[in-house]
Structures are given as structure tokens and as C-alpha cells.
Design a protein around this ligand. Structure first.
Ligand code: IPE
Ligand code: IPE
Ligand code: MG
Ligand code: MG
Ligand code: MG
Length: 321
């Protein structure tokens, strides 16, 4: 069994070897730039780990795993336009460094490359793999639209938020794991269980991302702290804060388009601190993490083969990036 670090190094080398040497530069440079900035490379690592857990040949899973990383990075190029985000991975985002048109078109091409790479899955389960990916990609778009719809809605229920993050984030983690399982020839029941592990882990992962967006450190997180507050993102934090009796005070900040960004971030963060919504969000995160661990325990392989995934899940709950 490979360790998580060994898998990351394998994935990192394979990402570097992707060939983007075609022209025009304006189309390919943003792709090379984005992929070189790295990121956690979580999704391809999950595919390889799942494949290995079910005794598969990880060489067969490598191209599809890379396809998922390229797809993920495509979503980030477009997401940063939607979220008006200027920094990611500690550097300027593509729409700022080049332009929104560049981010749109390079993103579109990355989605095409994602399909090209995923189509290299073994012929024996190619149809299953492609169907899984297409359904996932569709759901990510649905989640992203809900995310934007919620920015301009004043009432969003916690359940609606959880469904939105299941779609925009968790399904891709579930897909990455299930794809590795399918390529390894795992039983469908186990492939579905590892998918459920990914869904619950993914929900916890997005809750953590939302926490870091407010309480994180810009240097390690690599994104602007307070970005979600500026967009009126209906995160778990904001949804719970809006239930409290400071609702009117919060509404003033949400509706004041002329507020100084730093003033708005400071005021909303201070209300979050006053209300203790951080704890509500952390508790929800831990409860999804525990559900994920229970899903992992139900999978029909020896415990030692689940060890790396279990350790990774725990590490993700304590991350600061
Ligand atoms: C960012 O994903 C988008 C979310 C789903 C929160 P990651 O946190 O995996 O981003 P990178 O790839 O490590 O930069
Ligand atoms: C991530 O949501 C979902 C996708 C990119 C599909 P966020 O908007 O929270 O991700 P970051 O924080 O910009 O990475
Ligand atoms: Mg977003
Ligand atoms: Mg974003
Ligand atoms: Mg975020």
C-alpha cells in the first residue's frame, strides 16, 4: 500500500507531465499557470487511493484521476469569476492576470481535456466511468447556480445550504473515490459506500472551507479572507447568524453596496464571534466527518487498507489551506 505522500508525489509528477505545448499561448498559458500553482491535488489522490484500497492497478486509474484534477481546476477558473475572487493559491486568479474571457475559454478547454483524460479509463468500465463523471459535472453546475441564487436571497434554510454544497463540492469527491473503485473492479455496493464516504467528507470539507474563508490565514489559505462575506454567500455561518436577534444589524451590512470591503468583513466577522456561529459550523463539520468515517467502516475490505483514507480525512478537518 502506498502512503498518501507517495500518492501525492506520483500525482504531482503526472500533472507536470501533461502536455499543454499547443498554441495560442493565450489559451494554454492560463492552464499551465493554474496547474503549476498546485493546490492540494485531493481529487486525483482520492481516485488513486480508492483504486488501491480495492486492490486495483493504479496505473489504469492515473489518467482519469488527472482528468478530475483538470476538471476541478476548470471549475476554479469559472468560480473565481462568479465569486469576484482576485487571489487563489496565493497568486492572482486567471481572470485578473489575463481577463474573464481568458478564464472562460481556458476553463472550457480544461473541461474538454478532462473528458479526454477520463476517456482513457479501461474499456471494461468506460461507460460506467463516463456516466458517473457526466452526472457529477452536471450536479456541480447545479450547485454553483444555487450558490449564486442564494447570494441574492434573504432566506436560505440550513438544509438548502447543505444540499447546495453537496452538489457544488461533495459530489466531485464522491465521484473521485467511486471512479477509483470502479476501475479497480470493486463490488457496486462497496463503490457506492465509498461514494457516500466522499459525499459526507465533501460536505465537511466545504464547511471547513467556509470557516477558513472567515477565520483562516490568508498566507496559508491562499485566498482572500472575507471573500464570502463580501459576496453575501449564504454559508452555514451567515444562515445561523441571520436567525439571531442581530438580524437587522446584519441586514444593513448585506444590503449596503457602498460599504468599505474591510469594514464589512470586520463587522460581519465580529457579529459571528459575538453569536458563536463558528462552533455551530464546526459541530456540523465534525458530524459529517463522523458520518464519513462510519461509511468507510462499512466497506468490505480489511481495516489496514482503509488506514490512509481515514488519516487523510482526519487531516482535512484540521487543515489550514
Ligand atoms: C477549492 O478546492 C474549492 C472547494 C471545493 C472548496 P480545494 O480546497 O481542493 O482547492 P485546491 O485545489 O487545494 O487549491
Ligand atoms: C467551491 O466553492 C465550489 C466550486 C469551485 C465548484 P467556493 O467558491 O467556496 O470555492 P473557493 O473558496 O473559491 O475555492
Ligand atoms: Mg464559489
Ligand atoms: Mg469561490
Ligand atoms: Mg470557499
Amino acid at each position: 500500500m502506498k502512503t498518501f505522500d507517495e500518492i501525492l508525489s506520483l500525482v504531482g509528477k503526472a500533472v507536470e507531465q501533461l502536455d499543454w505545448s499547443r498554441k495560442p499561448e493565450g489559451l494554454y498559458d492560463p492552464i499551465v499557470y493554474t496547474l503549476r500553482l498546485g493546490g492540494k491535488r485531493l481529487r486525483p489522490a482520492l481516485t488513486i487511493m480508492a483504486c488501491e484500497m480495492f486492490d486495483g492497478d493504479i496505473r489504469l486509474a492515473l489518467k482519469p484521476a488527472l482528468g478530475l484534477e483538470v476538471f476541478h481546476n476548470f471549475t476554479l477558473l469559472h468560480d473565481d469569476i462568479m465569486d469576484k475572487a482576485d487571489i487563489r493559491r496565493g497568486q492572482s486568479t486567471v481572470h485578473v492576470k489575463w481577463s474573464s474571457n481568458h478564464a472562460v475559454l481556458s476553463g472550457d478547454l480544461m473541461q474538454i481535456y478532462a473528458y479526454m483524460l477520463i476517456s482513457e479509463a479501461p474499456a471494461t468500465n468506460l461507460k460506467q466511468v463516463l456516466d458517473l463523471f457526466s452526472e457529477t459535472a452536471r450536479e456541480v453546475c447545479e450547485g454553483q447556480q444555487y450558490d449564486m441564487d442564494f447570494e441574492i436571497r434573504s432566506e436560505v434554510a440550513p438544509e438548502e445550504y447543505l444540499e447546495m454544497i453537496r452538489l457544488k463540492t461533495a459530489v466531485l469527491l464522491g465521484c473521485a473515490l467511486k471512479m477509483g473503485a470502479l476501475i479497480a473492479g470493486a463490488k457496486m455496493q462497496d463503490a457506492n459506500r465509498i461514494y457516500d464516504f466522499g459525499i459526507n467528507l465533501g460536505i465537511a470539507f466545504q464547511l471547513k472551507d467556509d470557516l477558513l474563508d472567515v477565520f483562516g490565514n490568508e498566507k496559508t489559505f491562499g485566498k482572500k479572507i472575507g471573500g464570502d462575506i463580501l459576496c453575501n454567500k449564504k454559508t452555514f455561518l451567515l444562515i445561523h447568524a441571520l436567525k439571531a436577534d442581530v438580524r437587522n444589524e446584519l441586514d444593513v451590512w448585506l444590503q449596503n453596496a457602498d460599504a468599505e470591503p474591510e469594514d464589512k468583513i470586520a463587522a460581519v466577522t465580529s457579529l459571528y464571534n459575538q453569536l458563536g456561529v463558528r462552533k455551530i459550523c464546526e459541530d456540523a463539520m465534525l458530524s459529517y466527518y463522523e458520518k464519513a468515517i462510519a461509511n468507510l467502516e462499512n466497506i468490505g475490505v480489511e481495516a489496514h487498507k482503509k488506514q490512509e483514507l481515514r488519516k487523510l480525512a482526519e487531516k482535512l478537518m484540521h487543515r489550514n489551506d
